[in-house]
Ligand binder design. Sequence first.
Ligand code: MLT
Length: 267
Amino acid sequence: MSSLSQFSIGPHSLQVRQQGAGTPVLFVHGFPLDHQMWNEQFSVLGRSFRLIAPDLRGFGGSSIASGTVRMEDYADDLANLLDAMAIREPIVICALSMGGYIAFQFALKYRAKLRGLVLCDTRSAADKPEAAAGRLKTADQVLAEGPTALADGMIPKLFGPAALKDQPEIVAQTRQIILKTSREGIAAALRGMAERPDVTSALPNLDVPALLICGSEDVITPAKEMATVAAALPNARFVEIQGAGHMSPLEAPAEVNLALTEFLATI
Ligand code: MLT
């Protein structure tokens, strides 16, 4: 059975879903979502591992964020969360997209705490200036008008064509999560993503065992770009999930869970 609890991290409070016992696997959600995007992984992997899925600062049931939250700030929250949970052994991080930007910061700053790294549908590069400017504009728009336009714009890009047609429940659930996310939390993350560093030059020194997963139909972080990231990492395997879009763990849980299980058995 899984449980939901709150942990105090300095002035913030993070809601965390937990299940199981064994090697800790920390799931880091994408933007602008929450821990529920990992439901399909909890159904299967919770039998063999200690699964931990926080809502990042400003998302889900965690406390509201304001201003700018940098990717490094979220990574610090995760390290502090592990301390608050008295987890001392090295963990595996499994992260999607913005979660991946945060996981890179965690890996660079807290390498000793990391046993393995699973990156889904993400990239190592920073935003191009136009993309960063677009994020700042979107942040202002969400603060003024709420997240409806953001949800409308993102949903067709988050899912591949097959999921948009055949998996209406996960599409509707994801839309609801975006609509419930606080305006301030969305804006703070957008500003943080806009100023995130390019970590590509650090990849050759990131020697942690890594599994990279990407949907073949991902239009936000294309599989081709992820394959390049995998090739630059010294100890990484790349799995492309045929037919899935950006939300591969939700769209193709069986394939993603198999890749995850195989990876976790080797580290
Ligand atoms: C995400 O899924 O976390 C976002 O699409 C990442 C981004 O906007 O770069």
